[in-house]
Design a binder for this molecule. Sequence first.
Ligand code: OAD
Length: 229
Amino acid sequence: MKKIVVISGAGISAESGLSTFRDSGGLWEQYAIEEVATPEAWRRNPEMVTEFYNLRRKQLLSAKPNAAHRALVELETHFDVQIITQNVDDLHERAGSSKVMHLHGELLKVRSSVDESLIYDWAKPDVKLGDYCEKGSQLRPHVVWFGEEVPMMGPALREMMDADILLVVGTSLNVYPAASLAYAVPDHTAIYVVDPGDMSHAGLNAHHIRGKAGEFLPGLVQELIEEWS
Ligand code: OAD
């Protein structure tokens, strides 16, 4: 089987009703990154950070996978598919994708703020100040904040090395180190981008389908199956 690596971002979940970050009306227009998504914000104002992620979690619990998430599942009958997502939602998993790597963490998990190996499932809607891990420290979101290491970068880079096809869906490729993955594939890898935005800033040698993932990814998946499997 040929191997497809998918790099997904907030845009793939937009049609499920979850906001992207940098589009007009996106999350980083409504919130300042330095107030909700940095270790300093957590130290200064844990209540605000906790509320921000509680709201994200609440929205996620009422969202459903869309046609784009489902199309990627269909690829698995013909290809070895590895999804590397920057998203903290679980919509790829709920659609049925079997190999999903989360670069920036997961909303439905929390972890100890003193011992990052203590990670807990958290499907309940709200985390409160005063919810502690077994070592007695406050639970924090299991997400990567700006200024923190991205522990999954090593495993993600290894996946790029033998990709026959790279699919980049719904990410502005503005955030590093995640964006660097798109440039880590071998020269012979065929690259497809599905995104309504102008992706010329990324400088990828790619076939760009300029449209929404839910509308255009199912068709691209059929083409890939016909041409490559
Ligand atoms: P961005 O908000 O930066 O980019 C979203 C991309 O999705 C843009 O290129 C849009 O054009 C595209 N888009 C919008 N609607 C779409 C649709 N229906 N179908 C397909 N594409 C669509 O989001 P990311 O690139 O995911 O990190 O952002 C990367 C990281 O920045 C996030 O993981 C998050 C954020 O800060 C952290 O919080 C650490």
